[in-house]
Design a binder for this molecule. Structure first.
Ligand code: COA
Length: 549
């Protein structure tokens, strides 16, 4: 028989940390590593786990206490001791049951004006008023979350609402299963014990009047007599007797009051934040990281993704490090890429275009190109093919309007081309690609690339794009998945052509195959359209005579 006092372990020098949450109650059985309390210092929230399993017999701290390493937290009756006493209690209980007369057995619970049957009978019409149970304080507390809506089906134990006092959040579980008929509260209401929260109906457990009960075992028979006369399925007040406030977070959101308060101040819904604490608990750092990333990436607080921050690493601890400032373009690119990546559901579709004929034609034009003092690379052909495919497929040449209600179809075809420069990636836009000749496009792409590398582009040169091409063919690689340059809805990634054996129906022939990757915004472009579009581009590149059609 031993009792163990569990103490605050080494908490990394954090002195005087505040107890912000008690995770256990007297009588609870705790497992090894199960959280006992949550401490919060200036720098972090920490859940203090049990270093032994057992049953809580005494809690030596309360919320608001400040603790340091070595402070006693709880007294546990350890496994062996628990089993021994349980066995002893069982045998005592057995003896008592022989002696105790049946009439003195605990009486059935009397709830408001009705009696609960001991033998449940299904009743799909009973209305059950769920009220605030005993929440351990006579003071009004704030209702901070409603976890259900009218029409929702709830099971016994499901969270209905979350209340929050100065010191703790309390989840109010459903006393039984049923459908939410009506809500009697709103977020922000101040409530106290007994206040009506909502009404449940249907699938109710046996909560029926029992006129046939021979002798209702209640101290005062009057309420039972009234109940017997009452109409079938009256509203039943289900509160503290069958429902206990649970001091944890709600609806899968696991966070302490301090974090919840901070989240409300920031206007962040905690369901968006990924918890990095034990058992997924959301700690202050998770919330701070979420807000930081939302601000940096332009994610709207309240609607963005829950992205845990990448931890800061002291690289110098592992070797020599040279820290350089990011360029303005690098920083802008980072914001744009993250914004697109997070907002746009991407799909990437691949194809290979047989550009053997195109390359032969390009070779024929080499002398003329030299005469014109332009370099005719595959890029102008790609631009022409994309322009035609965009004209043929208006949805690929569109953008979603920010209101989420409308889509803009563009009557022009302006295409951006990604240019790699020493200062970073920029995307100048070539206007009216569909109206320009291959020579004009060759000259313009070279000019824009030159301007980009010399930082001579004006803001207008980089605006108004409908679609983008990222051509990495001059650099190499067999394929990549480009990120859509939102609000455009698609981008074509081009890799290095390779000579491959292609079956022509009779034999394998060496063909110049150009790898293409089309990424698109799956909110606007479905797979069929994506497939049609990339196939059309491949066909146009394979037979450039089609560009004239
Ligand atoms: N396969 C094989 N060779 C290719 C090719 C391809 N898909 N595309 C171009 N080439 C060849 C060109 O013909 C040229 O060869 P040459 O010198 O023998 O004539 C060589 O590669 C270099 O071409 P480049 O100068 O790059 O011209 P371009 O018209 O193909 O591309 C830019 C112009 C501005 C798009 C390109 O220089 C560039 O900056 N690309 C990077 C885009 C990027 O960074 N994307 C990443 C976005 S995340």
């Amino acid at each position: 028989m031993s009792r163990q006092t569990l103490k605050v372990p080494d908490i990394g020098g954090a002195e005087d940390s505040e107890v912000i949450e008690l995770c256990v109650q007297v009588g609870d059985r705790v497992e090894l590593e199960q959280g006992l309390i949550v401490l919060e210092s200036d720098k972090a929230s920490m859940e203090i786990p049990a270093d032994q399993a057992g049953v809580v017999v005494e809690i030596l701290v309360k919320e608001g206490d400040t603790l340091a390493e070595g402070a006693a937290i709880v007294v546990l009756e350890t496994e062996a001791a628990t089993e021994a006493s349980a066995a002893a209690e069982a045998s005592e209980g057995a003896e008592e049951s022989v002696e105790v007369a049946p009439e003195t057995v605990a009486e059935p619970a009397v709830i408001a004006e009705t009696v609960i049957d001991k033998e449940p009978a299904p009743d799909t019409t009973a209305e059950v008023i769920v009220s605030v149970p005993d929440i351990g304080t006579p003071d009004a507390v704030e209702l901070i979350e409603i976890c259900v809506a009218v029409g929702d089906h709830v099971d016994e134990g499901d969270s209905l609402v979350v209340l929050e006092s100065d010191k703790a959040s309390m989840e109010i579980p459903s006393p039984q299963s049923g459908e939410v008929l009506s809500l009697a509260v709103a977020v922000g209401d101040q409530v106290t014990e007994g206040d009506k929260l909502l009404v449940l109906v249907g699938n109710a457990v046996a909560v029926t009047v029992s006129p046939s009960e021979p002798e209702p075992k209640v101290a005062d028979p009057a309420p039972a007599e009234e109940a017997a006369k009452a109409p079938k399925s009256p509203p039943i007040n289900a509160q503290a007797e069958r429902s206990e406030a649970v001091p944890v977070a709600s609806g899968g959101v696991y966070a302490g009051p301090a974090v919840r308060k901070l989240a409300r101040e920031f206007g962040v819904g905690l369901e968006q934040v990924a918890g990095s604490g034990p058992r997924g608990r959301i700690v202050k750092e998770d919330l701070q990281g979420f807000v930081k990333s939302a601000l940096a990436g332009g994610t709207q607080v309240g609607t963005g993704s829950a992205i845990p921050p990448i931890p800061e690493v002291d690289f110098a601890a592992f070797g020599e490090v040279d820290i350089q400032p990011l360029t303005k373009v690098d920083k802008l690119t980072a914001v744009n890429m993250q914004r697109s990546w997070l907002n746009v559901p991407h799909v990437t579709q691949f194809d290979e275009a047989d550009i053997t004929e195109l390359e032969a034609f390009r070779a024929e034009l080499k002398a003329e190109a030299a005469q014109r003092e332009v370099k005719l690379t595959p890029l102008p052909f790609l631009l022409k093919a994309c322009a035609q495919a965009l004209r043929d497929n208006p949805r690929m040449n569109s953008s979603l309007i920010g209101d989420g209600e409308n889509i803009a179809f563009k009557g022009y075809v302006h295409i951006g081309m990604a240019v790699d420069t020493p200062a970073g990636l920029v995307v100048p836009v070539i206007r009216d690609v569909d109206k320009k000749s291959l020579w004009e496009l060759a000259a313009e792409t070279a000019e824009l690339a030159e301007k980009a590398r010399n930082r001579k582009l004006r803001p207008l040169d980089m605006q108004g794009g409908c679609f983008s091409i990222s051509s990495l063919g001059g650099l190499g690689g067999t394929g990549f998945t480009p990120i859509v340059n939102a609000p455009e809805v698609a981008i074509l990634g081009v890799s290095k052509l390779a000579v491959k054996p292609v079956w022509d129906g009779e034999a394998f022939a060496p063909r110049k195959m150009l790898p293409l990757a089309l990424s698109y915004d799956h909110r606007v472009v479905n797979g069929a359209l994506g497939g049609k579009f990339i196939t059309e581009i491949s066909a146009l590149l394979a037979d450039i005579r089609r560009l004239l059609l």
